[in-house]
Design a binder for this molecule. Structure first.
Ligand code: DGL
Length: 274
């Protein structure tokens, strides 16, 4: 059987938190992870730029033989997924599929909140796109969505500077701004795949215990369900339990930082894109 891995893409390291859950749930498949670290963060970039960068990376993953690519990045899911699905796939890659992380999260968010008030922490790009508000509204019109953009969180995480007193101040301020929007918020969604590495920091900063949701397990469950419902895709995927990691920046840097997000060591290769 030819090598037909599942492609997993993020602007940098964040998608590894999703990949980790996917690999736990579906270890049998082959995977290629691509982090566009050289051009991260995406969260403060324009719609056009995020679309162009994401498309280039998706195309590269298709060229590596991936018939299915997961955008394990909320910003790319918010700003590029619809165009890729509606314009690029039908014209250029009609047999391939690209899935994002926003819809699967919106589909299940109602299971978590009792007060029907959800707080969302995300990049400026994701917040500005209003994707979460729109998607959650489709499934749970009675849930109120409150959003806070956290423009500095991804740069702090990508540069491994998130565990400093200055970073703590910034993170605490953003959480405060979110919670000030409504006393009813009982659930906080980490709507950026980089943020799970801040989980314990965030928990320590909350004025009272709240439910904090990260997306890894949700996306893994949704992918398993998708593959059950789409045997025509599932049977195309090769199953040798292999994992390859690529970064557009320095491979050694990637290998140093990846374990924090992925939970185990990885071997990475550099690739030039764009
Ligand atoms: N992991 C990406 C997300 O989920 C971060 C985007 C960025 O590079 O700013 O939004």
């Amino acid at each position: 059987m030819s090598h037909s891995p599942i492609g997993i893409f993020d602007s940098g390291y964040g998608g590894l938190t999703v990949f980790r859950s996917i690999a736990e749930k579906l270890p049998q498949y082959d995977y290629i992870y691509l982090g566009d670290n050289a051009r991260a963060p995406y969260g403060t970039r324009s719609f056009e730029t995020v679309y162009q960068y994401t498309l280039e990376c998706v195309q590269w993953l298709f060229e590596q033989g991936c018939p299915l690519v997961i955008l394990a990045c909320n910003t790319a899911s918010a700003k590029a997924l619809r165009n890729i699905q509606q314009v690029n796939l039908p014209r250029q890659f009609p047999d391939n599929r690209v899935l994002g992380v926003i819809r699967p999260t919106a589909e299940v968010i109602g299971q978590y909140t009792k007060s029907k008030s959800v707080g969302i922490l995300a990049t400026p790009g994701t917040v500005k796109s209003e994707s979460y508000r729109l998607e959650i509204e489709k499934f749970f019109p009675d849930i109120a969505v409150f959003q806070q953009a956290c423009p500095l969180w991804v740069p702090l995480i990508e540069n491994n500077a998130f565990d400093t007193p200055a970073a703590s101040l910034i993170i605490e301020q953003d959480i405060k701004k979110l919670l000030e929007q409504s006393e009813k918020i009982d659930t906080i969604l980490l709507a950026c795949t980089h943020y799970p590495v801040l989980m314990s920091q965030i928990k320590r900063m909350l004025p009272h215990p709240l439910q904090i949701i990260s997306q890894g397990a949700i996306v893994a469950e949704s992918l398993a369900d998708y593959l059950k419902r789409h045997p025509e895709m599932e049977t195309r995927l090769s199953q040798n339990a292999s994992q390859s990691f690529y970064t557009t920046d320095d491979a050694l840097d990637f290998e140093t930082h990846a374990p924090l997000f992925f939970g185990s060591t990885v071997h990475a290769k550099h690739v030039r894109i764009g």
